[in-house]
Design a binder for this molecule. Structure first.
Ligand SMILES: NC(=O)c1ccc[n+]([C@@H]2O[C@H](COP(=O)([O-])OP(=O)(O)OC[C@H]3O[C@@H](n4cnc5c(N)ncnc54)[C@H](OP(=O)(O)O)[C@@H]3O)[C@@H](O)[C@H]2O)c1
Length: 292
């Protein structure tokens, strides 16, 4: 089985390079091997690679930049994804793809299930939903995983930023009225491999699945936990815990709207694969260990 991984250098892509290896012949491409803004190149590469499974870990993920560049986000997150879906349909390949909690408006009181109505509030969210719709409309074999608040040891992310600021400042103001499950790229890649193996055995149906760590917290809760975890491992910080202040979203305005509720109900995937998704704190602790 030939697996084509697109987006090998992103947070999830890097981890997939490890977890997909035992499942087949893996060809992994980064932006230098395939620019998703070039539709002709996408079609050409898909045809020349002739993979049985396409795993698309690439995405236009600059949420705030997308507000002023919706066409750019659409090109990568919807148009290129549509070409992957059409290739998969026409050639009997499986497309594995990732989407986001940002397809929802965040007004639901409970965690979102897969069938809840989508209502993206940002250009990024609209582009990701358009990608989902292109996959569903194509009728290709597909597994789409919606995830949330992704972090990894590679590249920049919220946790690493908070740890740096905690060393530089006496106090921090962090948004406390958005809740979600911080989910590690490691976990996403682990579950992706399990899902691919199960799909091949005929034990997992195609469709959209929510894939996130268990539990939930706010950005303030995540920052507080990460700083405490690093401190427990010997890190020294300027900020005291009491000086990590919760603030409302309105006090930290950004170009793109974020859902207040980003919680995803993962029951469908957990039941289908027999999984016990770990609490978000476990992988945050792993990250702290990796970067300390
Ligand atoms: N990050 C989150 O908090 C989050 C939350 C929910 C869902 N997701 C979804 O999860 C998936 C993985 O996200 P991630 O955090 O791993 O993303 P990431 O770290 O930002 O990686 C995205 C990758 O896509 C590549 N890419 C962007 N534009 C491209 C283009 N025009 N041509 C080729 N490659 C391009 C980037 O290449 P360069 O390295 O060259 O820029 C990067 O390697 C995505 O579908 C994302 O929408 C992410």
């Amino acid at each position: 089985m030939k697996i084509l991984l697109i987006g090998k250098n992103g947070q999830v892509g890097r981890e997939l390079q490890r977890t997909l290896l035992p499942l087949g012949e893996l060809v992994a491409l980064g932006r230098d091997g395939l620019d998703l803004g070039d539709l002709a190149a996408v079609k050409r590469v898909l045809a020349s690679q002739a993979a049985d499974v396409i795993v698309n870990a690439s995405a236009y993920t600059a949420v705030d930049r997308a507000e002023a560049d919706e066409a750019g986000a659409m090109a990568v997150n919807a148009v290129a994804v549509g070409a992957m879906a059409e290739y998969a349909r026409d050639n009997g390949a499986l497309l594995m793809h990732y989407s986001t909690d940002y397809v929802f408006d965040g007004t639901k009181a409970q965690p979102y299930v897969e069938d809840d109505a989508t209502a993206p509030q940002s250009a990024y969210g609209r582009s990701k939903r358009a990608g989902e719709e292109a996959i569903l409309a194509s009728g290709c074999k597909a597994l789409v995983f919606r995830t949330s608040w992704v972090f990894s040891a590679h590249g920049g992310n919220f946790i690493k930023t908070m740890l740096r600021l905690a060393g530089e400042r006496d106090s921090l103001n962090v948004v406390a009225d958005q809740v979600g499950a911080p989910t590690s790229a490691e976990l996403i890649a682990d579950v992706t491999a399990l899902a691919l193996a199960a799909y091949r055995r005929g034990e997992l149906a195609g469709g959209i699945y929510h894939l996130a760590a268990s539990g939930a917290t706010s950005w303030h809760g995540l920052a507080s936990y990460a700083i405490a975890s690093a401190k427990a491992r010997g890190a020294a910080f300027k900020v005291e815990p009491a000086q990590i202040h919760p603030i409302p979203t309105e006090a930290y305005p950004l170009p793109a709207a974020r859902p207040k509720n980003s919680r995803l109900d993962t029951g469908k995937l957990a039941a289908a694969l027999g999984l016990q998704l770990p609490d978000w704190k476990i992988h945050v602790d792993r990250l702290i260990e990796q970067i300390s």
